[in-house]
Design a protein around this ligand. Sequence first.
Ligand SMILES: C[S@@+](CC[C@H](N)C(=O)[O-])C[C@H]1O[C@@H](n2cnc3c(N)ncnc32)[C@H](O)[C@@H]1O
Length: 262
Amino acid sequence: MQAMEIDDSQIEEMVKEWFTKTARYEWRRLRQDSYHQIEFTVTMRFLEKYLPKHGLVLDAGGGPGRYTIELAKRDYDVVLLDLVPEMLKLAKKKIRRTGVLRKVKQFVQGSVEDLSMFPNERFDTVLCLGAPPCHLLNAKQREKAAKELVRVAKRDVPIFISVISRIGLLRSILVEFPHEMQYAKHRWEVGDYIPGLQGEGFTAAHWFMPEELRELFEKQGVEILELAGLEGLSSHHRKETNKLYKDQEKWKMWIEILLKTC
Ligand SMILES: C[S@@+](CC[C@H](N)C(=O)[O-])C[C@H]1O[C@@H](n2cnc3c(N)ncnc32)[C@H](O)[C@@H]1O
């Protein structure tokens, strides 16, 4: 199979297939252990810092709804959008179980690339967390997604985006996937990954350089307030991080350190 034979719609199918298959894991992902909770904790700290006191939030690529549920519990109204029907089905179940269904105003199946179902300046906050833009392999699609995410946000409201770092990925290869080291140069230089062509184990993805993410949104007239690494110093230290959690005092101190250094 050659990379050039694969078009955007085939990539989208691959991504849908992957997230349909991994929906249940995605629900557990951020809660499976203390190490994985760091992504959620650090993200929530940034949300708490910038979120308006109330309003309507778009959780784009919200998956099974971890952030939707957290914000609904805090009395925000939320619209949850995801590419994958299985994710929305699971999200509905989890949201109902948590008792916050009335705060979730809409479940929408769609791609962040096309938010035409929403008018301009509809939302008081826009989230796009857990890297949905990474699954758009064509640079034009990523630009369209950035434009759409900005268009549906009111003026002067926060937009929170998280993506997978291309620099972090190199450490992942070293530590977790050394058998894929022969692809490291390509992944570093191009940033794209298509399963079957350059290894296995994840769906089609584009890994971002920090300045690339910055430029993508600055081009849309957005002011970048902060860029942060979500796992920071704990990244790839799962065992040690989980051990630390057993001592709550030290854990708290470590989280503060992560927040200061991220
Ligand atoms: C790793 S999960 C993150 C879920 C959630 N935002 C979180 O951080 O816990 C990525 C989600 O992005 C969704 N996704 C991937 N590509 C997308 C696209 N083009 N538009 C909308 N959602 C997309 C997937 O279906 C999946 O639910």
